[in-house]
Design a protein around this ligand. Structure first.
Ligand code: ATP
Length: 282
C-alpha cells in the first residue's frame, strides 16, 4: 500500500509543481467597476502548436445583453467562453471587457466580476450554508437564504435532514444533479456578478428539475451580460445574438429569427430538436 501511495503522491506533486501558465503582468490593474461590454477581437486559439481550434473570431456582447454560443461538439465553444475568465489566453487577437484587454487586468479582480455555472456543479465537503456562502464570504445568513430562494433551492434545503447545516459530500448527504446545480446558482446570486457565463448549465440535470433550473437561470440573467453555451437551442433562442461555431470559426450569426430565416446549421438543428421534443411530449 505504501508503494502504491508513494507512486500516486509522486503524480500529485508533479501536478502541483507545474508552472502556472497565465500570470498577471507586472503592471496589471485591478478593475473596480465593470459595465460588462465583452469583445472578442480577431481571436485565434490553439492548445498545441499547429493545431488551431479557433481562428478570427469577432463577437461582442454589450453591457446587459446576452450572447448564445452553439455548434457541433468539439467546435471550440467552451474554449471561447473560458477565455473570458482567462483560463486560457488567445494565441492571436484579444479579449476585452469595457474596452480593456484582459491581459492588462489582475486575474483576481477580473474574476470577481464574473460567475461561471457549468455542467459540473462543484460542491465542497461542507454544510449547504458554507457551500452557498462560497459565492461571497461576508454574506449574512439572511442573504444566503434569499439567494437560495431566488435559485429555487430553499424548499429542498429546508427538507434536508439539518436544513442549511446539512453536510454534503462523501460522508454527508448526496444531492441530485439538479439540486447541486441550484446550489451553484444560489452561489452565483450571492456573488452578484456583472458577467454571467453558463456552460451547458442544464445538461447534467434530471428532466424533472430542468424547468426549476431554467426558471432560476432566467432570473439570474436579468440585467447582466451573459454568455451561454447550450446544446439545447431553446436555451439560447432569446439571446440578443447567437453565434454558431463550426470548422474553427463563426459559421453564422444573428438573432434566433435571423438564423431561422437565413441560417443553415441553426434552423436544421432547431427543427430537429423541436420535432424530437414534440414526439417526447406526445
Ligand atoms: P462540447 O460541445 O463537446 O463541449 P466544445 O465546442 O465546447 O465541445 P471545446 O471543449 O472548446 O469544444 O474543445 C475544442 C477542441 O479542443 C476539441 O477538439 C477538444 O478536444 C480540444 N481541447 C479541449 N480542451 C483541451 C485541452 N485542455 N487540451 C487539448 N485539447 C483540448
Amino acid at each position: 500500500m505504501f508503494q502504491r501511495a508513494s507512486a500516486a503522491a509522486a503524480r500529485v506533486f508533479e501536478l502541483l509543481d507545474e508552472d502556472v501558465e497565465i500570470v498577471d503582468a507586472d503592471n496589471a490593474q485591478s478593475i473596480e467597476h465593470v459595465d460588462g461590454d465583452i469583445a472578442f477581437d480577431n481571436v485565434s486559439f490553439a492548445y498545441a502548436k499547429g493545431k488551431t481550434v479557433l481562428s478570427n473570431i469577432n463577437a461582442e456582447v454589450s453591457a446587459g445583453q446576452s450572447l448564445g454560443i452553439v455548434g457541433p461538439s468539439g467546435a471550440g465553444k467552451s474554449t471561447l467562453l473560458n477565455m473570458i475568465m482567462r483560463f486560457y489566453d488567445p494565441s492571436g487577437g484579444s479579449v476585452s471587457i469595457d474596452g480593456r484587454d484582459l491581459k492588462t487586468l489582475q486575474q483576481i479582480s477580473l474574476r470577481s466580476h464574473c460567475a461561471l455555472v457549468s455542467q459540473e456543479a462543484f460542491l465542497f465537503n461542507d454544510t449547504i450554508m458554507n457551500n452557498i456562502r462560497y459565492g461571497r464570504f461576508d454574506a449574512t445568513d439572511e442573504e444566503v437564504f434569499e439567494a437560495a430562494r431566488l435559485a429555487n433551492a430553499h424548499e429542498f434545503i429546508k427538507d434536508c435532514i439539518d436544513g442549511y447545516d446539512t453536510v454534503l459530500g462523501e460522508r454527508g448527504v448526496k444531492l441530485s444533479g439538479g439540486e447541486r446545480q441550484r446550489l451553484c446558482i444560489a452561489r452565483a446570486f450571492l456573488a452578484n456578478p456583472r458577467i454571467l457565463l453558463l456552460d451547458e448549465a442544464t445538461s447534467a440535470v434530471e428532466p424533472e428539475s430542468e424547468h426549476l433550473i431554467q426558471n432560476a437561470l432566467k432570473r439570474l440573467m436579468e440585467g447582466r451580460s451573459c454568455v451561454i453555451i447550450s446544446h439545447r437551442l431553446s436555451m439560447v433562442r432569446d439571446c440578443d445574438t447567437i453565434i454558431v461555431i463550426k470548422d474553427g470559426g463563426i459559421f453564422e450569426q444573428g438573432t434566433h429569427d435571423d438564423l431561422m430565416k437565413n441560417g443553415d446549421w441553426y434552423p436544421e438543428m432547431y427543427n430537429l430538436q423541436m420535432g424530437r421534443d414534440e414526439k417526447e411530449t406526445t
